[in-house]
Design a protein around this ligand. Structure first.
Ligand code: SAM
Length: 255
């Protein structure tokens, strides 16, 4: 793939099934890293596919130096924090970070090739408020961040993982929603988009079932009116494929 070409996207089925028994068997082993993309992060070979050299704003929880992880912790704790999970080539987050120099941004993208591109693009644009990791976000988030420390989570066009044997990789299952709820500050925003109607229904259900979020609040779209399109969103626009954004807020302690 030439360096600056967007990733190629497929359009899968709109329907969306869950094999609950199979999913539950995977979730029972979630803490063992069941379904983690890239396998057990403790066993990832260090010499393969290195990240850009430190102090570039990139990290792996089990491979970056202590100094780098200290730098990261200072960054995470020193301004309001927004996190994108599965940022693809970074079209949204690079632009959003550029629009909000007073905020700090953390992005997760498991594809190292994309991570390298994002670091270069951000550097070229003089953006110094964005860090990134190619770790599986589901593993890092609860180990890296303090409860109620995140202002906004963006999860835009997550992979649906239709096949029953891949369900364990889906982001919107209850343990992941619990992590988001734990890390979001009260009234913090969970911003989600999908072009798969069945996934939209399923994710609303799992978010509502957690009891920790508001109903979808369409009026919050205004807050993100200047957000750039993601790469998948631009692909959908090009082929006239509908998609939907959802906005949920973390229930405040008093509600
Ligand atoms: C369908 S793409 C959408 C990318 C981008 N958000 C967009 O809208 O163009 C989903 C992305 O999430 C990444 N991804 C999937 N699961 C992930 C995980 N657990 N942690 C970090 N990235 C993940 C994939 O590598 C892929 O690039």
């Amino acid at each position: 793939m030439p360096v600056n070409q967007p990733p190629s996207y497929r359009v899968g089925p709109d329907s969306f099934d869950t094999d609950n028994a199979r999913l539950q068997r995977a979730l029972d082993r979630y803490d063992e890293g069941k379904g983690l993309i890239g396998g057990d992060p403790n066993r990832r070979p260090r010499w393969l596919n290195p990240l850009p050299a430190e102090p570039a704003p990139a990290f792996r929880l089990h491979q970056s130096s202590e100094t780098q992880l200290e730098r990261l912790q200072i960054f995470l704790g020193s301004a309001p924090l927004e996190i994108e999970i599965g940022c693809g080539p970074g079209d949204f987050i690079i632009n959003w970070a550029g629009q909000h120099p007073e905020r700090h941004f953390l992005a997760f993208e498991i594809k190292l090739k994309l991570v390298n591109r994002i670091i270069k693009r951000a550097r070229r644009q003089g953006i110094d408020n964005l860090w990134i990791s190619d770790d599986d976000a589901r593993y890092d988030l609860p180990r890296l961040l303090k409860p109620a420390s995140v202002d906004v989570f963006h999860v835009l066009f997550p992979d649906p993982w239709w096949k029953p044997r891949h369900q364990a990789r889906r982001l919107f299952v209850s343990p992941f929603v619990e992590i988001l709820a734990l890390l979001l500050r009260p009234d913090g925003v969970l911003r989600v988009a999908t072009d798969v109607p069945g996934y939209g229904n399923a994710l609303q259900k799992v978010i509502q079932t957690s009891g920790q979020f508001s109903q979808h609040r369409p009026e919050l779209a205004e807050k993100f009116a200047d957000a750039a399109a993601t790469s998948r969103q631009a692909f959908c626009d090009k082929i006239n494929r509908p998609y939907r954004f959802f906005y949920f807020t973390k229930q405040s302690l008093t509600t």
